[in-house]
Every structure is written in structure tokens, then in C-alpha cells.
Ligand binder design. Structure first.
Ligand SMILES: Cc1cc2nc3c(=O)[nH]c(=O)nc-3n(C[C@H](O)[C@H](O)[C@H](O)COP(=O)(O)OP(=O)(O)OC[C@H]3O[C@@H](n4cnc5c(N)ncnc54)[C@H](O)[C@@H]3O)c2cc1C
Ligand SMILES: NC(=O)c1ccc[n+]([C@@H]2O[C@H](COP(=O)([O-])OP(=O)(O)OC[C@H]3O[C@@H](n4cnc5c(N)ncnc54)[C@H](OP(=O)(O)O)[C@@H]3O)[C@@H](O)[C@H]2O)c1
Length: 251
């Protein structure tokens, strides 16, 4: 287990029967906002590897402790039901080094940054938006959290704090696909962009001229949203070929 750092669970918050946030003390593990850790527990007997690990985005800001991960339990999944059953004081293992390029330093400057998340894809944006960098780089930031049911619109207090700290620069737009909710747009992100409802709610245009877009979560959402954005003349961002779309898919 030499490459793994042993951390300690210091808190777990269950938001719904499937969604939870895990707080882990592991001060030697550092990261850039938007990056992911690898969380692990000992593998079941007979497994090839000693540890069973999966990537999870840091949801806390880099200069804060403990580390926090926003996770959905996948029924029958090898790791998530075990993570959901952890309690304060339990050990959990992390790779010493964080990974990933889903961070503001990798995204070009623009007037507007659109942060579009489904489900637990909200996590890295909570980290990013609690650092100073995006607010220095973009005049306006829109955070869209798209979920199936309204009770999955989590982290409202944290989002409220971000809104209070950056009043005038920040817009939060909840989206619920499977029920009506008074504050939320109804539907899916790609359709809401295509029919103009997302821009209407934000009061800002989404174009290649003024915007950068970060997408995180469900790979089908990422793919479908990219198609809609490409139809507007936006391109995937690459270091060697700058564009407008930066994405992280969770499976
Ligand atoms: C870069 C990266 C960062 C990630 N960050 C997070 C995170 O912050 N929070 C988180 O919950 N997961 C995250 N994931 C997914 C995570 O690594 C695991 O795949 C997931 O927790 C399921 O683990 P499992 O062993 O229980 O089941 P697995 O066998 O790994 O997955 C089974 C199936 O569950 C579904 N699934 C997996 N993850 C999700 C998800 N997040 N939301 C909805 N459906 C899912 C997919 O259909 C997948 O095929 C991330 C994945 C990647 C690649
Ligand atoms: N009780 C349970 O055991 C239970 C219940 C629900 C889900 N699950 C499992 O949990 C997992 C994740 O659930 P989740 O709700 O966090 O994530 P999700 O399935 O990714 O849904 C989150 C949001 O993404 C939307 N979405 C899905 N495909 C999209 C696409 N192509 N383009 C744009 N938006 C899209 C969904 O809309 P739509 O609603 O229109 O799809 C929903 O609003 C799934 O793998 C599912 O099998 C388990």
C-alpha cells in the first residue's frame, strides 16, 4: 500500500438516499481546483490489485481542510456503496498526487465562463468557484446544475455564499429534468441552450465571441452539449489549438 496515503473520514453528509459528501483529512494530499483524487479501500479478497480505487473530484477549495468529495452511490457498484457506508474515524486511502486538467489555468480568458454540470459533476465547480482565479479572469460566471429530481439540487448554502461573495458577477441556474420546480428550468442542458432558455434565464448570450464553457458529469450530456455549442461555431479547447469547450466526463 506504499503509493497510497492513508486519510481519515472526518464527516459524511447524506443529502438523499443516493447522494453524499465525504470529508477526508489527508493534509499531505494537495491539488489545483478542478483536479481529482483517487479514493480507495482495500480490494475484496482474490482481487488482482491490493486496493480498489476510483477518481473523485475535489469539491473543497485547495487551501481548505478537510478534503471533500461529492459522490453518488451506484447500486451494485464495486466502490460507492462501501464509501457511502463509511463513518467518522474510518480510514480511506488516496493517491498522494492529484490529477487532471479541468482547471481554470487551462481555460482561455473570455467575458463569460459557463460552468455546466450534471449530478455530482457539480463538485469541481464548487472548488473552482471558491478560488480567486476565475473571478479575476471572467467578468461573469454562470453555474448550471442539472439534476433529475429537485432534492438533488444540493450545496445550496455553498452556492449562496459564492453568490453573496461575487454579487453581480455570478448567476446560478438550477435545472430539473423529471419534475416541475418553481426555481428551476425544466429539461436538459443541450435543449435549453438550443432553444435559448438558458441564455434568457442568465440574461447573457452564449457565443464563441464572448464565452468559455466547462462541462462536467454525464458523458452523454457532454457529447450532446458539445454538438449544440459546435453548431454555434465553438470548438473543443486544446493547448495547441485554443477553443471554447473544456470537458470532464465521469464515466
Ligand atoms: C475524472 C473523474 C472524476 C470523477 N469524479 C467523481 C465525483 O466527484 N463524484 C462521483 O460520484 N463520481 C465521480 N467519478 C466516477 C467515479 O470514479 C466512479 O466511477 C463512481 O463513483 C462509481 O464507482 P463504482 O465502483 O461504485 O462503480 P463503477 O463500476 O465505477 O461505475 C458503474 C456505473 O455507474 C455510473 N456512474 C459512475 N459514476 C457516476 C456518477 N458520478 N454519476 C452518475 N453515474 C455514475 C456509470 O454508468 C458507470 O458505468 C469520476 C470519474 C472520473 C473519470
Ligand atoms: N434509486 C436508484 O437506484 C437510482 C435512481 C436514479 C438513478 N440511478 C442511477 O444513478 C446514476 C446517476 O444518476 P444521476 O441522476 O446523478 O445522473 P444522470 O443520469 O447523469 O442525470 C443527471 C441529469 O443529466 C441529464 N442527462 C442525462 N443524459 C443527458 C444528455 N444526453 N444530455 C443532457 N442531459 C442529460 C438527466 O436528464 P434526464 O432525467 O432527462 O435523463 C438529469 O437531468 C445513473 O447511472 C442511474 O442508473 C439510480
Amino acid at each position: 500500500m506504499s503509493k497510497w496515503v492513508q486519510g481519515t473520514v472526518v464527516g459524511i453528509r447524506h443529502w438523499t438516499d443516493r447522494l453524499f459528501s465525504l470529508q477526508v483529512a489527508a493534509p499531505e494530499v494537495t491539488f489545483v481546483a478542478g483536479q481529482f483524487a483517487r479514493l480507495a479501500l482495500p480490494a475484496p479478497p482474490g482481487a488482482k490489485e491490493e486496493m480498489l480505487g476510483r477518481p473523485y473530484s475535489f469539491a473543497n477549495a485547495p487551501d481548505t481542510a478537510p478534503h471533500e468529495f461529492y459522490v453518488i452511490t451506484v447500486p451494485g457498484g464495486p466502490l460507492t456503496p462501501r464509501l457511502a457506508a463509511l463513518a467518522p474515524g474510518d480510514p480511506v486511502w488516496l493517491l498522494a498526487r492529484a490529477n487532471g486538467f479541468f482547471s481554470i489555468g487551462e481555460v482561455p480568458a473570455a467575458d463569460v465562463l459557463w460552468c455546466l454540470a450534471t449530478g455530482t459533476g457539480l463538485g469541481p465547480f464548487l472548488s473552482i468557484l471558491r478560488t480567486a482565479e476565475p473571478w479575476e479572469k471572467y467578468a461573469r460566471i454562470v453555474l448550471v446544475h442539472a439534476v433529475r429530481q429537485a432534492d438533488e439540487l444540493t450545496y445550496r448554502d455553498t452556492i449562496g455564499e459564492i453568490a453573496a461573495t461575487h454579487a453581480g458577477a455570478f448567476t446560478y441556474i438550477p435545472v430539473v429534468s423529471r419534475e416541475a420546480h418553481p426555481e428551476a428550468l425544466r429539461g436538459r442542458i443541450p435543449e435549453l441552450i438550443a432553444d435559448g432558455r438558458l441564455e434568457a434565464r442568465a440574461g447573457i448570450a452564449l457565443s464563441a465571441e464572448n464565452s468559455q464553457v466547462m462541462l462536467c458529469g454525464n458523458p452523454a450530456m457532454v457529447e450532446d452539449t458539445q454538438k449544440v455549442l459546435m453548431a454555434r461555431g465553438m470548438r473543443k479547447h486544446r493547448r495547441k489549438e485554443p477553443g471554447h469547450i473544456t470537458a470532464e466526463t465521469y464515466w
